[in-house]
Design a protein around this ligand. Structure first.
Ligand SMILES: NC(=O)c1ccc[n+]([C@@H]2O[C@H](COP(=O)([O-])OP(=O)(O)OC[C@H]3O[C@@H](n4cnc5c(N)ncnc54)[C@H](OP(=O)(O)O)[C@@H]3O)[C@@H](O)[C@H]2O)c1
Length: 291
């Protein structure tokens, strides 16, 4: 079923156009965060009538990427007379879906709480997901390598396996550091429940919802946003497995860095303002030795 004739799924010509815009647009939007200090999500979320509840906003903005990829994987090969894609295409599509099943569906519901998300931030993220799902999906479904011989030339088996191993290391460490942040709120919740049981005066539950501490486990000892760093390792591994000439995988990584790096740098400033320079200490924002 064609959703939008020529565009969804895209013809090769339109795929090239979409990829061209994707390469330029999101680095520009991401870099704007160095100039525009407003960011209506997470630590810097402010009350607004244009806010969505955190969990719902997150779910809605992350789901379109893998839904688009799945749709294109289902429709585009047939339109190009491809009956059976090589296993590498299916593995890479599967890993994308595994990542986003966690990030889009499981993540928002296992967070103890999430600050409201402004509809503008959600809309930008939906755009990010649609571009990314379209480009990676189209590449894996028809416009990248679609034979074993093409894969052997583009990403020989040791490179493919090494890339996937790195992907899993990044995925697991990203989860580990996400979990440390969840634990901060769970611990605070338990602490308040204990105090309540002892009938001591405690703040209301809103205080738990917006409770922040300086995280300490794992790579948090050295930096404030290791979950971002590990996510970049994950998608670097993905790019390596897909082959260095895979432009959609490279663009995804580059655009993630453009989006998340300013957030981590501004986030370090936020930690210093909230907890003081002394408590933050010598922790880097996200790349040890650089930022
Ligand atoms: N942001 C992006 O552009 C982006 C892009 C791609 C992937 N990701 C991935 O998505 C995940 C979440 O990203 P994010 O930007 O939302 O990360 P984040 O700002 O660090 O927040 C993650 C979650 O932890 C809570 N939290 C953050 N710092 C805390 C602290 N010091 N103490 C207690 N709780 C804390 C937040 O609560 P509040 O919501 O209440 O602040 C939020 O629920 C990460 O693994 C990241 O790699 C993010």
């Amino acid at each position: 079923m064609v959703l939008v004739e020529g565009w969804m799924p895209p013809t090769r010509e339109n795929y090239e156009k979409i990829l061209f815009i994707w390469k330029l647009l999101y680095p520009a939007i991401g870099s704007a965060q160095f100039i525009i200090k407003w960011y209506g999500m997470g630590k810097t979320s402010k009350p607004s009538r244009f806010n969505l509840p955190g969990r719902l906003g997150w779910f809605l903005m992350e789901v379109p990427g893998f839904a688009t990829l799945l749709y294109i994987m289902k429709t585009l090969p047939k339109m190009h007379g491809i009956d059976d894609l090589p296993w590498q295409n299916r593995v890479l599509a599967g890993l994308f879906v595994i990542h986003y099943s966690y990030r889009a569906v499981i993540f928002p519901f296992i967070q103890p709480s999430m600050a409201p998300i402004h509809i503008l931030v959600s809309s930008m993220a939906i755009g990010f997901q649609l571009f990314n799902g379209t480009c990676i999906g189209s590449y894996l479904a028809a416009y990248g390598p679609v034979t074993e011989a093409a894969w052997a030339a583009q990403s020989p088996l040791p490179q493919f396996v090494g890339g996937i191993a790195l992907f899993y290391v990044g995925l697991a460490s990203n989860y580990f550091h996400d979990e440390e942040l969840r634990d901060i709120r769970r611990r605070e919740n338990h602490r308040q429940e204990r105090l309540k049981a002892q009938s001591q005066n405690v703040n209301g539950s809103r205080e738990v919802e917006r409770h922040y501490q300086i995280p300490r486990a794992g790579l948090f000892k050295y930096m404030l946003f290791p979950h971002y760093f590990c996510e970049w390792v994950e998608w670097f591994g993905y790019w390596m497995a897909a082959g260095w000439v895979c432009v959609p995988a490279r663009t995804f990584l580059v655009n993630e860095i453009f989006t998340m790096l300013p957030r981590a740098i501004n986030g370090k400033r936020w930690y210093i303002e909230k907890f003081g320079e002394e408590k933050v200490g010598k922790k880097w924002a996200v790349i040890p030795g650089i930022w």
